[in-house]
Design a protein around this ligand. Structure first.
Ligand SMILES: Nc1ncnc2c1ncn2[C@@H]1O[C@H](COP(=O)(O)OP(=O)(O)OP(=O)(O)O)[C@@H](O)[C@H]1O
Length: 244
């Protein structure tokens, strides 16, 4: 299944490396002089005001936005050389988690996960069953496979979102405001889960407005501001700043 790709890290040992990159939405420059290196196993937060470019940067990583300038490497792929036909292969190297869960509402949890496996080329029913069970157990939802999405709480739906992101055993998880629709306690549980997944060797890049989570679960933090990226130490983050 799949085609030959480069190793998941580049010669510098990075799973994500962008040098002198540009992030653009149509003709608008969102981020310039983008320089970022991420090693396998890191947990990286992306912070910044509404509209500062966090989602656009993640979209650039998963090939949803073009990469017009600079060197860009993500999980074995050179961003500049990406063609539409490469996208399914790139996306299999990463799991993507969205704020609004994006589960298919007309089918149960099991069928949601099965749908993704079939769409990404899996054929053997036994292997698919095993994989679905495996990812559900990783998010502690193994007994919820028969539930329809609307029968689950927001936190449970996001656990399924995370299970779905793990289906193709990706090396990298990109999470765009994954706790945006969750209450504080459920957000904490979800962060614990994402950090546990990271400890097992996956790289996690997560956009968030919720500085309280970073305080509780410290990690490398990159800020998008005025079209630039800057790295912030834990001390530099103004945790009292209003969450927008
Ligand atoms: N499809 C699009 N077409 C044109 N411009 C867009 C598009 N999507 C986003 N933008 C613009 O790109 C800029 C960055 O948006 P982006 O969604 O990346 O910010 P963000 O930091 O993720 O914001 P939020 O915290 O609200 O999710 C904004 O000015 C936004 O208006």
């Amino acid at each position: 299944m799949g085609k030959e790709t480069l190793p998941v890290v580049n010669n510098n040992g990075h799973i994500i490396e962008i040098s002198d990159g540009l992030v653009r939405q149509r003709e608008h420059i969102i981020l310039r002089d983008v320089n970022i290196n991420i090693k396998p196993g890191e947990f990286v937060y992306l912070i910044g005001r509404v509209g500062s470019g966090k989602s656009s940067l993640l979209k650039t990583f998963y090939g949803d936005l073009p990469f017009p300038e600079g060197y860009g490497f993500v999980a074995g792929f050179r961003l500049k050389r990406l063609r539409n036909k490469d996208l399914p292969y790139l996306r299999r190297k990463m799991g993507i988690v969205f704020q609004d869960f994006q589960l298919l509402t007309d089918r149960n949890v099991y069928d949601n996960l099965l749908f993704v496996l079939k769409a990404t080329g899996w054929k053997d029913q036994k292997e698919m069953d095993h994989q679905v069970r495996d990812v559900l157990s990783k998010v502690d939802m193994v007994h919820k496979g028969y539930k329809m999405p609307h029968q689950l709480s927001g936190g449970e739906q996001q656990r399924i979102g995370i299970a779905r992101s793990l289906l193709n055993t990706p090396d990298l998880i990109l999470a765009d405001e994954p706790t945006g629709n969750l209450d504080p306690d459920t957000s904490d549980d979800l962060l614990e889960l994402l950090h546990a997944i990271c400890k097992e060797g996956k790289t996690v890049v997560m956009a968030t407005h919720n500085y309280g989570l970073i305080k509780k679960f410290p990690g490398r933090t990159i800020r998008c501001e005025n079209t630039r990226l800057t790295e912030s130490t834990q001390e530099e983050i103004d945790f009292d700043q209003l969450i927008e």
